[in-house]
Design a protein around this ligand. Structure first.
Ligand code: PMV
Length: 307
């Protein structure tokens, strides 16, 4: 059995979404594939599931109560530690292949299990990454239920409503700083700031407003406004302490040939992306500034069986 799931790009609202603010993401056409077959012992890529690099896979196996032992093979096009949802894509694809063993794939069930896995492995988190990998396409996370609801997910006193968002077909140019930063400590750092600094709490709320304005501007295909909102979102994330000089370098290099640019995902390194109608030029500018760059498009497919 085998299943795949996409990586993602958070367009607006990372970090703020952990506090229940809105966020907008899209699945991208870089996917993780996971293959499973019965074997005489549990293995992942031929090694023990106890190795730290397989902690998401191991938790996913525990969550799904899959009959084993199994040999699990993981292939991922999503660079890890780059803010592009690599662990969520691998977790969701693993759950997809384990569920296929028992019958069918149900994206809402997989989204909930994958969020539990991420929460247990990484600590405080929102369901945006795991739900985007499960659902594919554009996703708008809101505090309340509105039209186009896909599912809702609860944790402690927080509840997220995940909605389908229809986005225009645009090119996104990603710039990876090559500096890998773990999400958990960055999320914890923002929480610590918000708890003691009213300015940081205000930044979180403003990011929530930017997300809703950004969604409206995307619906109207007003890419100039989308770009300005991206630039402002980047500045607020930097104020919250999740920026990095390398991210600023890539963002500045991308802006002259694009509508806007911002960091994406947890920050502290990782990646930025630009919205542009001159993708080759923007990609070249990012490369010249020392980043690894590639062009991606939205992927409408969420978790899916292979074959
Ligand atoms: O960098 P990633 O792919 O782990 O994205 C994290 C997004 C955050 O908002 C920072 C955390 C979360 O769980 O929503």
């Amino acid at each position: 059995m085998a299943a795949s799931a996409p990586g993602k790009l958070i367009l607006f609202g990372e970090h703020a979404v952990v506090f229940g603010e809105p966020a907008l993401s899209t699945a991208i056409n870089l996917r993780a594939e996971v293959f499973v077959r019965p074997h005489r012992e549990w293995l992942a890529d031929g090694a023990s599931l106890d190795e730290p690099r397989f902690r998401y896979v191991k938790k996913a196996v525990e969550k799904s109560n899959a009959p084993g032992p199994l040999w699990i093979e993981i292939r991922s096009m999503v660079p890890s530690g780059a803010g592009l949802g690599s662990s969520a894509a691998v977790t969701v694809a693993t759950l997809g292949s384990l569920h296929s063993l028992a019958g069918s794939i149900d994206p809402p069930t997989i989204a909930r299990e994958a969020f539990d896995v991420e929460h247990e492995v990484q600590g405080r988190a929102s369901p945006i990454d795991t739900s985007t990998a499960a659902a594919g396409g554009g996703l708008l996370v809101l505090r309340d239920k509105q039209e186009n609801l896909l599912w809702s997910i609860e944790r402690d006193s927080r509840r997220w409503f995940l909605h389908r968002a229809v986005l225009p077909p645009v090119d996104f140019v990603i710039g990876n700083t090559g500096i890998s930063a773990a999400t958990g400590p960055l999320v914890a750092k923002v929480k610590e700031r918000v708890d003691r600094d009213p300015g940081a709490a205000a930044a979180i709320r403003e990011i929530g407003e930017i997300t809703l304005d950004g969604m409206r501007a995307l619906e109207q295909r007003d890419l100039v406004s989308v770009g300005h909102l991206m630039d402002r979102n980047h500045a607020l994330l930097t104020e919250l302490g999740v920026g990095h000089p390398a991210l600023d370098r890539l963002v500045s290099a991308a802006r002259p040939s694009s509508y806007g640019a911002k960091l994406t995902g947890a920050g502290g390194g990782g990646s930025m992306f630009a919205l542009t109608d001159r993708p080759s030029k923007t990609a070249e500018a990012i490369r010249a500034a020392g980043g690894k760059s590639f062009v991606v498009q939205a992927d409408s497919r969420g978790v899916a069986k292979i074959g």
